[in-house]
Design a protein around this ligand. Structure first.
Ligand SMILES: [Zn+2]
Length: 414
């Protein structure tokens, strides 16, 4: 087999890895770089040099496998040639077809030939076999195990070991043990990030609960609606503190989708501590109305005057319009629980006006160094290939395993 990493050898995000035999070419992830979130350029600007992938070419890729629901792993999908089969989990398929088109931008993958792949299912593509291995990182995130019968490769995608899903990541080490090559993410090797052990998701839930219990103020919370683990933590904290969680219709739609995917997740109707505030970005609201996803839980509607009467009873998913209204109506004292990546705080001006109220409670989507070291010890690869990292040259020393350091667009034999 040969490998070519088109993007991701020297940056966090934008992953795209080709594995090829003489007969077969597959791609693992086709992400957009993280910088694209701020640049707002047309998607074409982020095409990789992979040939035979895009709509305006003769297709020459036999299949694409996507690991999870973050654009730095799937963002180029709208440009892919419709004749190339694309494999992903059911949850990711549902998110990309039903939810992603609601967001700003023109994300449209309705032309694609998408196949759902179940946990631990194997798919034969030419002379390459690909097996989906569930990992802890995001809802239904996969690593992939790939073999041509001679060499065996494991690609972690993004991975962590500190939620109640961590058993999946450890199971990857046991079921895919001793691969010839481990293509492994190293997000947290960056020097500023190395020193701390990440809190568990359970401790995040406890910290949110304690903050809600010990305060008599309205609480805002900023979190990603696609972060299912965090949504569950906030809801558990609401039950434990007697508060009501006010979400938007977009978050309600995601809850319903997660309920369809995982029988352990209740839908919005089942959650007695959840109400919905229907004032939101008009552009998204219009798209939701067209998709019949907007007023799906009308009996859970809450108004801003209802919130203003007893603000201390609520935790509200951050909504700038509602925040402005409450501020202008005398509710300028509140707690603001910031529950996303710390880096956005300085990059996005939205948070500046809330700085004096901020309480940061979060844990990372990525493994800390000590967990990655333990993972490497357990999976025991012959060679590591770094990806999704700014520190590829540190891998061999940090993990004590022979490391093959590649550059973007360099082809190497495995
Ligand atoms: Zn990710």
């Amino acid at each position: 087999m040969k490998i070519c990493i088109y993007r991701g050898t020297s940056e966090i995000g934008g992953n795209s890895v080709e594995l090829a035999t003489e007969k077969t070419r597959i791609l693992l992830d086709i992400g957009t770089p993280l910088s694209s979130m701020e640049e707002n350029l047309p998607l074409e600007n982020y095409k990789t040099k992979c040939r035979g992938l895009y709509a305006d070419e003769t297709p020459d890729i036999d299949a694409i496998f996507i690991t999870h629901n973050h654009p730095d792993h799937y963002g180029l999908l709208p440009l892919v040639n419709s004749k190339i089969p694309v494999y992903m989990s059911k949850t990711l398929h549902d998110i990309l077809i039903k939810i992603q088109p609601l967001l700003p931008g023109d994300f449209d993958i309705s032309h694609l030939n998408i196949h759902e792949i179940s946990p631990n299912e194997s798919v034969q593509i030419g002379d390459i076999t690909v097996t989906a291995r569930p990992v802890d990182h995001a809802p239904s995130a996969y690593a992939y195990e790939i073999t041509d019968g001679k060499k065996r490769v494991v690609y972690t995608g993004d991975i962590r070991f500190h939620t109640n899903q961590s058993w999946k990541s450890w199971k990857l080490a046991d079921t895919s043990n001793a691969p010839d090559y481990l293509i492994m993410e190293g997000t947290r090797l960056s020097r500023a990030e190395t020193h701390e052990k990440h809190p568990t998701e359970e401790s995040v839930c406890t910290a949110i609960t304690n903050n809600l219990r010990n305060s008599n103020k309205l609480a805002w919370i900023s979190l990603s609606s696609q972060n299912l683990d965090r949504l569950v933590s906030v809801i558990r904290a609401c039950y434990a503190s007697g508060r009501t969680f006010v979400i938007d219709p977009y978050t309600a739609a995601l809850f319903d989708l997660f309920h369809d995917s995982f029988n352990t997740v209740p839908n919005t109707d089942m959650l007695s501590c959840v109400r919905i505030y229907y004032g939101m970005n008009e552009h998204i609201a219009d798209k939701m109305k067209n998709a019949n996803l907007f007023f799906t839980h009308a009996d859970k509607k809450i108004t801003k005057t209802e919130i203003a009467k007893n603000p201390e009873q609520f935790v509200i998913k951050y909504n700038w319009a509602l925040s402005d209204w409450l501020n202008n109506n005398g509710l300028s004292d509140y707690d603001f629980i910031y529950s996303m990546w710390h880096g956005y705080l300085s990059r996005q001006k939205t948070w500046d006006e809330h700085k004096s109220h901020l309480i940061e409670i979060h844990t990372s989507g990525h493994a800390d160094i000590s967990d990655l070291q333990e993972f490497v010890r357990r999976i025991n690869p012959k060679t590591i290939i770094p990806i999704h990292t700014e520190c590829k040259n540190d891998f061999e020393f940090v993990f004590g395993v022979k490391t093959s350091v590649l550059s973007d667009n360099e082809t190497a034999s495995l």
